[in-house]
Design a protein around this ligand. Structure first.
Ligand SMILES: NC(=O)c1ccc[n+]([C@@H]2O[C@H](COP(=O)([O-])OP(=O)(O)OC[C@H]3O[C@@H](n4cnc5c(N)ncnc54)[C@H](O)[C@@H]3O)[C@@H](O)[C@H]2O)c1
Length: 404
């Protein structure tokens, strides 16, 4: 296992390719988007991730990392393409595996006996078995002539490089031989964490279960925020006190739940087992409704004709990722109610996002009403100025001094 091909150079694939190259492997990173490949060849990435620019420069300088639109021959192929969800005819959602299937078919064209294919993308249970079929059909090889493993990615944006090395890693495979090969590969880069070997279906479920746990817990916190508002109490203080109990750990409410993982992955379980997972669907609904409830609360406080600015569009603090952004749902909901809405997302250079002007914080501070939707450090630094304006605080930053 010396030559690795990483398919997909997004938030996960690029740091993975860089880490593998710095770990001594000879790596080819492949993406279907020419602009991504061209930019990376020139050492440029549009991803905001601490340490990534420097690590990319070091990996390129080592000569062990190249980028291409074409797959090379390799000993191992790692698939890190996106796995969004799609809405089914009954309104529920399920995994959209088209990108995984396309990556599998591309890999199959290069597959040789003895190769390892690792699926890192988050997928519903049973996908590795389908991957084997796609690879076998495309390559003409029998399933026992190559190896498939699932190593779901569990890093958090903002700490990706550190967590790639430091996190425990689930290594799931149908066969012992595949697990053994995958462990050999990850042992060289996951130097600070343990490799935990299991079967492929348990590994697939493990990632989904982790994120679904968080989604359900946040849904509870978001429900509490609605109740607390009606009671006239501070939900953040309430949760802080409840969490003093040694066996209680309620997560934090917010404007909703976004991003490519927590807002999506629960559907991969519910889509397959709708009758068995009403709780999973209810949590999704609660979290999807939250920005609309915030819009109602803000709208009821807005003086006629007031200009409102939503502070933060990213799905969590200090990242640029706008996927499944609940803040954007909030912006649209406020506009639909008749408000004049702008946004302030300091991690995005675009002058407008989804039809909303993206203005600097300095300009936002002259707006009539501010909605603090994401706890970016840039906002924390101007906490007093934000608090001095009429506002609605979804993240509990502005009154934090009143707690202990
Ligand atoms: N972003 C996260 O924080 C995170 C964390 C853990 C797990 N994951 C999972 O990792 C996977 C990847 O997520 P991401 O955020 O990196 O996605 P992304 O959208 O940032 O990147 C995916 C990349 O794959 C490329 N691609 C698509 N099809 C391809 C193909 N056939 N061949 C080569 N490249 C192809 C796309 O052009 C894109 O650049 C998803 O399953 C996601 O759920 C993401």
């Amino acid at each position: 296992m010396e030559r690795i091909c990483v398919l997909g150079l997004g938030y996960i694939g690029l740091p993975t390719a860089v880490t593998l190259a710095l770990g001594g492997f000879s790596v080819c990173g492949v993406d279907t988007q020419s602009a991504v490949v061209e930019g990376l060849r020139a050492g440029r990435t549009s991803l905001v991730e601490p340490g990534l620019d420097e690590a990319l420069a070091e990996a390129l300088a080592s000569g062990r990392l190249v980028f291409s639109r074409e797959l090379p021959e390799a000993d191992a192929f790692i698939i890190t393409v996106q796995t969004p969800h799609l809405t089914q005819s009954d309104g529920t959602r399920a995994a959209d595996l088209r990108f995984v299937e396309a990556a599998a078919r591309d890999t199959a064209a290069r597959l040789k006996p003895g190769n390892l294919v690792v699926l890192e993308s988050t997928v519903p249970p049973g996908t590795c078995r389908r991957l084997e079929t796609w690879l076998s059909e495309g390559s003409g090889l029998a399933a026992d002539e190559f190896h498939v493993a699932h190593c779901p990615e569990r890093v958090i944006p903002g700490r990706i490089l550190r967590e790639l090395a430091g996190n425990d890693r689930i290594v799931g495979a149908r066969t012992e031989a595949a697990a053994h090969l995958a462990c050999g590969l990850y042992r060289r880069v996951a130097t600070g964490g343990r490799l935990r070997v299991t079967d492929d279906i348990t590994a697939e479920m493990c990632k989904l279960v982790e994120n679904t746990f968080r989604d359900i817990n946040i849904a509870y916190a978001n429900e509490l925020s609605l109740v607390a508002e009606k009671l006239g109490i501070d939900v953040f203080r309430l949760i802080e006190l409840a969490n003093c109990h040694p066996r209680v750990n309620i997560l934090t409410p917010g404007v909703g739940v976004g991003g490519h993982c927590i807002a999506v992955d629960p559907w991969f379980i519910h889509g397959l087992f709708p009758d068995d997972t009403p709780l999973v669907a209810a949590a999704r609904r609660v979290n999807d409704q939250k920005p609309l409830r915030v819009a109602d609360a803000v709208w009821s406080r807005l003086p006629p004709g007031a200009r409102v600015c939503v502070l933060g569009l990213a799905y969590k603090p200090d990242v640029d990722d706008l996927r499944e952004s609940p803040s954007l749902v909030l912006c649209h909901a406020l506009r639909a109610r008749g408000a004049a809405v702008a946004a302030c997302e300091p991690h995005t250079a675009a002058a407008a996002v989804d039809g909303f002007d993206n203005i600097p914080l300095e300009a936002a501070l002259s707006y009539d009403f501010l909605v603090l939707a994401v706890g970016h450090t840039a906002f924390e630094a101007r906490r007093a100025d934000i608090a001095a304006r009429p506002h609605y605080d979804c993240v509990g930053m502005l009154a934090a001094d009143n707690r202990s």
